[in-house]
Design a protein around this ligand. Sequence first.
Ligand code: AR6
Length: 167
Amino acid sequence: MTIEIICQDITTLHVDAIVNAANSRLLSGGGVDGAIHQSAGPKLQEACNKLHGCEVGEAKLTPGFQLPAKWVIHTVGPVWHEGTRNEKVLLKNCYVNVFELAKTHNFHSIAFPAISTGVFGFPKKEAAIIALTVMQNYQHHFKKVIACLYSQEDKTHYEEIFTTLFR
Ligand code: AR6
């Protein structure tokens, strides 16, 4: 099985690329973004500053610097506004554009956090369905696709949704 669902700090993973749930200015924030910048060191922000921001749903690449991951793919998830602002399509675009970028660079292993489900308030179930559906569509291009959750509860939730979608 190419898709692995794990509960771990994404900054500890030895993969080709980890995905950052960033903001549109690519300025180090809180959550997983803050953790990634903290572990990568200040060169990550310098690299981000050269990218001229990132639109919601887009994906941009930097090195991982001091991270065990070689690369960071930054994407900006939508802020949840009760589903009134095309949030589901925008979240899908994040996963699709990250995978397309990863394919271009021939990455073999990639790990995603649950984009938009923290500060940005996207409902976890809907976000998991979108994430796992796109992962399923792209997994054959990769050796390993990791859904990296940050609590045991979120991991269990993902596993249940995976089972209902694909088994
Ligand atoms: N490893 C894996 N997952 C994590 C980690 C970690 N170290 N830390 C948090 N999570 P969030 P968003 C999970 O808020 O909702 C930032 O300020 C967390 O439990 O990081 O897309 C940015 O600069 C949650 O499930 O991202 C943006 O302004 C998931 O990561 C804004 O937050 C996403 O939560 C982006 O908000």
